[in-house]
Design a protein around this ligand. Sequence first.
Ligand SMILES: Nc1ncnc2c1ncn2[C@@H]1O[C@H](COP(=O)(O)OP(=O)(O)O)[C@@H](O)[C@H]1O
Ligand SMILES: [Mg+2]
Length: 275
Amino acid sequence: MDKKPYVIVLGNEKGGTGKSTTAMHLVTALLRLGYQVGTVDIDARQGTLSRYIDNRRHYTETNKVNLPLPQHYRLTRSAEDSTKTAQEQDKATFEKIYQELGDKDFIVIDTPGHDLYLSRLAHSYADTLITPLNDSFVDLDVLVHLKHDSMEMEKPSIYADWVWEQKKHRAMRDRGSIDWIVLRNRLSSIHANNKQKMEGVLNKMSKRLAFRMVPGFSERVIFKELFMQGLTLLDLTDIGRPLKLSHVAARQELRDLMNAINLPPLQKKVAEAFK
Ligand SMILES: Nc1ncnc2c1ncn2[C@@H]1O[C@H](COP(=O)(O)OP(=O)(O)O)[C@@H](O)[C@H]1O
Ligand SMILES: [Mg+2]
């Protein structure tokens, strides 16, 4: 069968922007749509996605509820001293996991917030790369360096440069392309002015750096609460928790994200359902 899993990578070079949270929500949404999903955590140091999934497993066992879980791999970096040997080993480990997840519809990969050979390698496998960005000008640095006295772009960031590199690697390996998406996270209604300014700058950059913007998540406490139990916004009904207005709004944001991502296998599934 000539079927390759669709790979979604969560990445940017900063920590704490919502990569693992977004990964877990995407994974749950895909599982609930009936897809086979594999997950890879190459955030070896923090391992947030792995902990999220462990918490979820624990919750299902102790509360005897059936919540969908992905087939998960935790990838730890080679301990070899020589960079060359370490990279060869890392590549082999990554490719082995990729093969083992070969029968899945989707592979979702969470990457750490710093430069790492494995992280770069994973980026080069992405069909869709999602970069969550906190809604502040400090976080814009992940994408671009702005001139000191204006909102003009001085040069792309190191991260933007290496996404460009990985796009080339991807094209060389299988002539595939990476759809790069920037997702604004923790949007606040208080700083409407800042939000608008960010929007203007990001729109300009999206053309220069070849990414597209999708609607993001508002700042909501519920995200922090859910992590401890390994739950997502899509599990609340199953565990008998009444949906508050803010939960409904947050679920809508997730739905908008899913629609905006425009994942090819999803389109196929929708088409099949309407045949
Ligand atoms: N939209 C949001 N509203 C409130 N808290 C959020 C939101 N998104 C993420 N967080 C919280 O921010 C912290 C960092 O998120 P995380 O997904 O671990 O980021 P990363 O993987 O990029 O390091 C976590 O405590 C998470 O619960
Ligand atoms: Mg993380």
